[in-house]
Design a protein around this ligand. Sequence first.
Ligand SMILES: Cc1cc2nc3c(=O)[nH]c(=O)nc-3n(C[C@H](O)[C@H](O)[C@H](O)COP(=O)(O)OP(=O)(O)OC[C@H]3O[C@@H](n4cnc5c(N)ncnc54)[C@H](O)[C@@H]3O)c2cc1C
Length: 400
Amino acid sequence: MASSHSREQFDIAIVGGGPSGRIAALALAQQGLSCVLIAPTLDQQDCRTTALWQKSIDLLRDIGVWPAIEGNAEALKKMRMIDSTGRLFRAPEVVFDCSELGLEEFGFNILNSELNVFLEKACAAQPSLEMIADTVETAEFGDEQAILFTSGGMIISTSLAVAADGRKSTLREAAGIKVKSWSYPQVAVVLNLEHRLPHQQISTEFHTSTGPFTLVPLPGRQSSLVCVETAEGAAKLLAMTDEELETELERRAHSILGSFKLASKPQSFPLAGLTATSLVGPRLALVGETAHVFPPIGAQGLNLSMRDIRDLTTIVAAARHSHADIGSRPLLSSYEKKRFSDIRSRTNAVDVLNRSLLTEFLPVQAVRSAGMYLTGKLGPLRRILMREGLAPGTAFQLHR
Ligand SMILES: Cc1cc2nc3c(=O)[nH]c(=O)nc-3n(C[C@H](O)[C@H](O)[C@H](O)COP(=O)(O)OP(=O)(O)OC[C@H]3O[C@@H](n4cnc5c(N)ncnc54)[C@H](O)[C@@H]3O)c2cc1C
């Protein structure tokens, strides 16, 4: 641990202790650079789970943390979409099966609280990664160095600052990077459930007129639930007793998993979107929710962040091998260029999917239903959508 009130110099300073910050810290420290992770002590209140697709699992494997995590995660082998809108144009059920792509599983679902603990332990054990349990109060970005000032009085100079300090990022603001932000008339109610029937590693997404109601398998007879509701509907759910909530959720799930018992208290997350207008500044790169936020539909958020981290690490590693400056403008521009279209396309796709559920406009409902109908009927279309959902630019690959 670095002592307080000191000045220190590192090749890279990563700021933020969410999954993006910790995974970025591990990946970058493993490139033989001196790194520091500045993050407050772990917040263990998060009852959400995260579904991670294969490419994200590959990254966790590459940085050496997957073997520890795997036993606590549940494999996701099928994804089922059921139209529960009750509207005139209703789509038939669609099932995506990983075996159609020759995969063992699409990915794994894990509790955020457990994922964060595994990542924290791995960071603590990582040589060349120093951890400072603090927050950054302000930052200055020059041509040669970024200088970070922590609340505890430390001053950190670095060739490259990586901002993973979330949607209200201090670093992004200090660098003067603007954001485009918006909100949705929806709130996600999130909790974990025990259920009587086995989930058979099938994730089920009911499409309702207020948003998706998604059950994602956890180890044993447990699943996580993300129920997207209006603000009023969410408030009603949150005001229910445990027994009332269990009955109401079982009704909405059409009892496909039998009776429910709450395994966690419900939490709520208002739905919002945000895109940073630039992913870089002088001596600064943004990753994760510092750069992009969108609704929890299709499990895209952290998976997209993992691709930010993968691309940034690849670019930094190449610079280090050629003895180039790891925080130079051309290097940061190449990171921004590499990430731009992936972030834009995911943000737009999630936005369109969400709005197509909310709309009362019949032609849009008809197009959505027809799309789901064709997806269910046409194997090649289904496989394209499955590949594109897992990773960008893989839709037309013939093999995995
Ligand atoms: C209901 C819900 C379900 C989701 N499910 C999935 C899913 O299944 N799959 C998926 O891929 N994604 C999912 N997501 C998205 C995913 O949860 C987020 O993308 C992810 O948690 C963001 O992580 P992050 O590290 O980028 O940001 P955060 O988790 O917000 O971390 C930011 C960190 O920075 C710290 N910080 C803030 N300011 C400072 C500062 N000044 N100095 C130092 N540290 C600071 C904060 O304390 C925090 O620890 C879901 C999101 C929601 C809302």
